[in-house]
Design a protein around this ligand. Sequence first.
Ligand SMILES: [Zn+2]
Length: 206
Amino acid sequence: MKLNLYPAFEALSLSHEICYNTEKDNNGIYQLLDFSDHRSSASRGNCRFTRGLMNGYILHTHPYGSKAYPSSEDILQSINSRHTKISFIVTTIGVWELIYKGNKSVNNKNRNSIMKRINDMISEPLYDAGLLRGLDRSKPQTITKKQLLNKIKRYTIRVSKLLEKKGIKGFKINFTHIHDIPDDRLYNSFKNKSKKKKKTKRKTKR
Ligand SMILES: [Zn+2]
């Protein structure tokens, strides 16, 4: 699926996160529809996808200065919301996709321990990632793309493993680095990317 992420990248300079529903246009491109709860003055956590027309593809932003990775609430929301197929997060370092194909949800007993573990341990290497982030916000973290991608790979594996231990199977996080997103912000979801990979594999076999 192809998404027009232009409005979300523009919204990264706002001081609060923006939530979007998506709608497929006549060209087959998913366009973003602002679905923020503007009654809330909170700078985050104001995305509540409980009302309105839903096709299961939702998106929200983590603006400059906020965490550039999914929050533990984002992860639990994508698992426990029956209507969410893919939850996209646009951040200053790139785009995240949270995908859950299982049918179990996180119960209240496991909820706090999972959130604590993700916040305190698993996300720790990514605390400073992102623009205007970290202890000294005037100095961007000096880290290569390769180093960042390695950190993110470890992070996604650890999240999936933790959830599996708690009986939640089939949760996956994908990440696309900001440099791999085209300037026009027309973004190809991993749904397409995996297809392409299979094709090239077949070719090399021949
Ligand atoms: Zn979030």
